[in-house]
Ligand binder design. Sequence first.
Ligand SMILES: Cc1cc2nc3c(=O)[nH]c(=O)nc-3n(C[C@H](O)[C@H](O)[C@H](O)COP(=O)(O)O)c2cc1C
Ligand code: SF4
Length: 366
Amino acid sequence: MSTSILFSPIKIGSVEIKNRFVRSATHDFMAEEDGSISERQLALYRQLAQGEVGLIISGHAYVLPSGKASPRQIAIYDDKFIPGLKELVKVVHQTESRLFLQLSHAGRQTKEKICGCQPLAPSAVYEPVYQVMPREITIEEIEQVIEAFIQAAKRAKEAGFDGLQLHCAHGYLLSSFLSPYTNRRQDEWGGSLENRAKVILEILRGIKKKINHDFPIIVKLNSSDYLPNGLEVEEAAKVAQMLEAEGLAAIEVSGGSAEAGKGSMWPGVRPEEEEGYFVPAAKFIKKIIKIPVIGLGGLRTFRVMERLVASGEIDLVSMSRPFIREPDLIIKFKRKEVSASQCISCNKCFNPRGIACAEIKKEKLI
Ligand SMILES: Cc1cc2nc3c(=O)[nH]c(=O)nc-3n(C[C@H](O)[C@H](O)[C@H](O)COP(=O)(O)O)c2cc1C
Ligand code: SF4
C-alpha cells in the first residue's frame, strides 16, 4: 500500500477529500434526452466512486435551456431534475468519494438546434467553429443568468451534492465574459477586469448569500483562451484573488477555447517533464492565493503527480481521460500495480453515443 502524499486527505472548504485525486468535469453524453440522470450515468459514477477517486466533478450541467451545449447533457434548470440528481449523489455516497456538480452556460459555443434560441454571448462576436453569430445578451438577461446559477445551486444543495464548481473555462459563457476578445461591452459588464469578472462574482456572492456558507464553491478557470487580445494568466490570477476574497473554496486551473483551435484536451503522449500542461499556470496562480489549487492537463504518471503535490506546486491532481480508460486507476496506483495511466490522449473517447475508451475496444478486438 502507498504512503504517498497523494493518499493524504485535504479539505476543500468544510468538505474533507480523502485523497488528492480529482476526476475533472467530464460531460459523458449519457443523460436522458431531457437532461435527467440515466441508469448509464449511475453505473459510470458508481464505478468512479468504487475506484476511490477522492473528488468527482460531474459533467457540466446547464442552468438554463439557452445554456445547453450538447445533446444528452445533464440539466439543472428545473426542480424536476432533483430526484435523478439525488440518485447520482446516493451512488457516490455509498463510498467515501465526494461529488461536486459543475454548473455551466454554453454561451456562444452551441447551436440554435441544441439550445433552442440564437446563442447568447457578452458581445456579438462570430464563433467560427460552431458557425454561430451570437446575440449580445441584455442586462436583464445577465441578471436572469445569475439567478439561474443561484437557483441551480439551491437544487444541487437539495440533491445532496458536496459542493459546486462554476465552469469559467473553455470559452463557455462565464469564461467568455472574462475574455476581452469575446467581451467587448462598454457597460458595467465589460471593459475593466473587475467588470468582466462581475458576472462570476455576482453568482458566487448570490449563492453564498442564499445558501448555507458551508457549501463549498470552486471554480474551473481559464488561464488563457489563446485568442488574440484574449485572457492571459496574469489577469486570471487577479480573478482568482477576487474570487478568493468572496469565499471561493478552491480553484482548478485550465485553459483553451474552441475558436482558438486549442482546447482543454491536448492530444498526444507527452514526456514526463511536459505532463500537466496547465500546471505552470496553476503554479503562477497559487503563488498569490491561499485556497487549494487543483492542477491538470495531461497528467498521467504517478511520480509526476506526487512531485507536484509534495513540492507544494499544486494541492490536488485532476484528470479526465485517464478515468475513461481506467476508472480504477487510483486503486491500481495505491496497490502500486501501475506507475502511469495507459491513456494516450487520442481523444477518441469523445463520443456522442456516450464516452468510452476506443483503445480498450481495439485491444479487445486484437
Ligand atoms: C469526454 C470529455 C468531456 C469533457 N467535459 C468537460 C466538462 O463537462 N466540463 C469541463 O470543465 N471540462 C470537460 N472536459 C475537459 C476535462 O475536464 C479536462 O480538463 C481535460 O480533458 C484535460 O484533462 P486530461 O488530460 O486529464 O483529460 C472534458 C473532457 C473530455 C475528454
Ligand atoms: S480513447 Fe482512451 S486512450 Fe484515447 S484519450 Fe480517450 S481514454 Fe485515453
